[in-house]
Design a protein around this ligand. Structure first.
Ligand code: SF4
Ligand code: FES
Length: 248
């Protein structure tokens, strides 16, 4: 395939940034999107130009590091896949592909396509954990019966990889889908009940401090989420929040 890439280049957080055009040829449909960018970067390095900075780690859809906005969609045109799992066969020979970073005030650009998502880490630190006694006397989790429906819903919520596609997609830059997945994961299990009230209040408070917008029920986040996190989690988080606020 021969393609034209239009890529956001920005030297640092203060630089204004601009789209730069790069023609690329010899791209195989079986290559992943990131492998295609590797080819481009090798060419740029050979020419003595600065390679395009982009985030990646596992390249298996697990870590949540890859974070590209491709042709106006977070993680590109395919559904339920991350950028690293997106294949070039989803594009046509001769196509022009626009590649931008995940944009949100709470995700400032570090360089080119790399954004700072440490706001997610701070939300997680505010309550996305459980405190358990690990002295060796901990009750075996398998000895606590959990309804199948609840276990499945908790497992589905725990599939969130913290990529930030929900924020990048949302017209309000809301982080509600991410935070609600983290809140739900624990709220549904007995292990999470002990700290449930503080968790939801603290995580929502931190979410607001970080400057994420509110949810207006558009549902774009659910459509673009590579892990299929459901809007039902937002409804659950809202219920948990109201319950916690009223009993404080
Ligand atoms: S909810 Fe989905 S889109 Fe948002 S951070 Fe989690 S995995 Fe990514
Ligand atoms: S690089 Fe890990 S999810 Fe894409």
């Amino acid at each position: 395939m021969n393609l034209t890439l239009k890529i956001w280049r920005q030297k640092n957080a203060k630089d204004k940034g601009k789209m730069v055009e790069y023609p690329i040829s010899g791209i195989d449909g079986d290559m992943s999107f990131l492998e295609m960018l590797d080819v481009l970067n090798e060419e740029l390095i050979e020419k003595g130009d600065e390679p395009v900075a982009f985030d990646h780690d596992c390249r298996e859809g697990i870590c949540g590091m890859c974070s590209l906005y491709i042709n106006g969609e977070a993680h590109g045109p395919d559904r339920l896949v991350t950028t690293c799992q997106l294949h070039m066969r989803k594009f046509k020979d001769g196509e022009t592909i626009y590649i931008e970073p995940f944009r949100a005030n709470a995700f400032p650009v570090v360089k080119d396509l790399v954004v700072d998502r440490s706001s997610f880490d701070r939300i997680q630190h505010a309550g996305g954990y459980i405190s358990v006694n690990t002295s060796g006397n901990t009750q075996d989790a398998n000895s606590i019966p959990i309804e199948k429906e609840k276990a499945d819903a908790a497992f589905n919520a725990a599939a969130c990889i913290g990529c930030g596609a929900c924020v990048a997609t949302c017209k309000n830059s809301s982080a509600m889908l991410f935070v609600s997945a983290k809140v739900s994961q624990y709220a549904l299990l007995p292990q999470g009940e002990v700290e449930a009230k503080d968790r939801v209040l603290n995580m929502v408070h931190q979410m607001d401090l970080e400057g994420f917008g509110n949810c207006t029920n558009t549902g774009a986040c659910e459509v673009e989420c590579p892990k299929g996190i459901s809007l039902e989690n937002i409804a659950r988080m809202n219920r948990e929040y109201i319950k916690a606020s009223m009993s404080k």
